[in-house]
Write a new protein. Structure first.
Length: 288
């Protein structure tokens, strides 16, 4: 019972920190690409130290697994780049809601790997999500920053959903820290060629924020999330993860004084409700 409570606490802290990650899109005075490169590099170093201290394996089992790790790293790199870009353009609340279309996107992507068709309930969820996104859009033109940010946020959700499906099918034999070690390093190496601000030109404040984002808001929550799954089901983790936009919006209001509009709240309720339903529906099917 005590272990279950502790795992639940780990999970909520992890989801809170995941929600807080979005704040750095506004707090760090760098481009989305630079934030992603530095954040992944710092997180990768922190995860390597963690695995060394815990005396856990770093090497993968086969050459095939290294190729899968490469695909996952490229995918997560694009996901994080578009994630921060979407937040910078649309704001934290709207950007997070757009990103949380990923559970519904997953429902439509996953059947492609199993040769099945989406069910009627999934199509209804998609319609609800589209209406929720419609409420967020201020102008039906990509020339509008918020609209462009929403589009980029949905693109980020697509890559996140794809990463999760590939990980679940081909890489689930590895623990969270070991998995994220390869993904962060590959994402960093892939994007560092396009770095706009070199390390020596990053000021002290931005370095402190980057280190905080890399260690406390990347390496730590992924490790806590993995630890929580030792005593909690994947269904519990998935459902509690739906609180991430709520945590992120609250932190943005508290720290950045971003106040969501009524249409943002209404659109958010629709999108998060659909995400919650799809997560609950899938996990209930697996437990039966």
């Amino acid at each position: 019972m005590q272990a279950h409570k502790q795992s639940l606490m780990y999970l909520h802290i992890a989801v809170l920190l995941f929600g807080g990650t979005a704040l750095f899109a506004k707090l760090i005075n760098l481009s989305a690409l630079d934030i992603t490169v530095y954040r992944t590099g710092i997180a990768g170093c922190a995860l390597l130290i963690l695995l060394y201290i815990q005396k856990k394996a770093i090497k993968l089992h086969s050459r095939r697994d290294y190729l899968i790790a490469l695909l996952l790293g490229v995918t997560v790199g694009i996901h994080w780049l578009t994630y921060f870009a979407g937040m910078q353009l649309a704001g934290i609340a709207v950007g997070m809601i757009a990103f949380f279309t990923y559970p519904v996107i997953t429902v439509f992507l996953e059947p492609l790997f199993h040769g099945r068709k989406p069910q009627l309930k999934d199509i209804i969820s998609a319609v609800v999500v589209m209406f929720g996104i419609y409420l967020l859009i201020p102008d039906a033109s990509l020339g509008n920053e918020v609209t462009l940010g929403i589009a980029i946020g949905i693109l980020s959700a697509f890559f996140f959903a794809f990463r999760n499906i590939i990980h679940k099918r081909y890489f689930s034999q590895y623990g969270g820290p070991q998995t994220m070690l390869y993904q962060t390093w590959i994402a960093c190496i892939m994007l560092c060629a396009f770095l706009e601000v070199p390390p020596l030109q990053v000021d002290t404040i931005n370095w402190l924020l980057l280190i905080t984002a890399g260690i406390i808001f990347t390496a730590a929550p992924h490790s806590l999330f993995a630890a929580s799954l030792q005593h909690l089901s994947a269904s519990t983790a998935g459902l509690i993860s739906c609180l991430q936009p709520l945590y992120g919006t609250f932190l943005a209001f508290l720290i950045l004084h971003e106040q969501p509009t009524i249409s943002t709240i209404m659109g958010g309720v629709l999108v998060i409700s659909a995400a919650f339903y799809e997560t609950w529906s899938v996990t209930r099917k697996h437990t039966q």
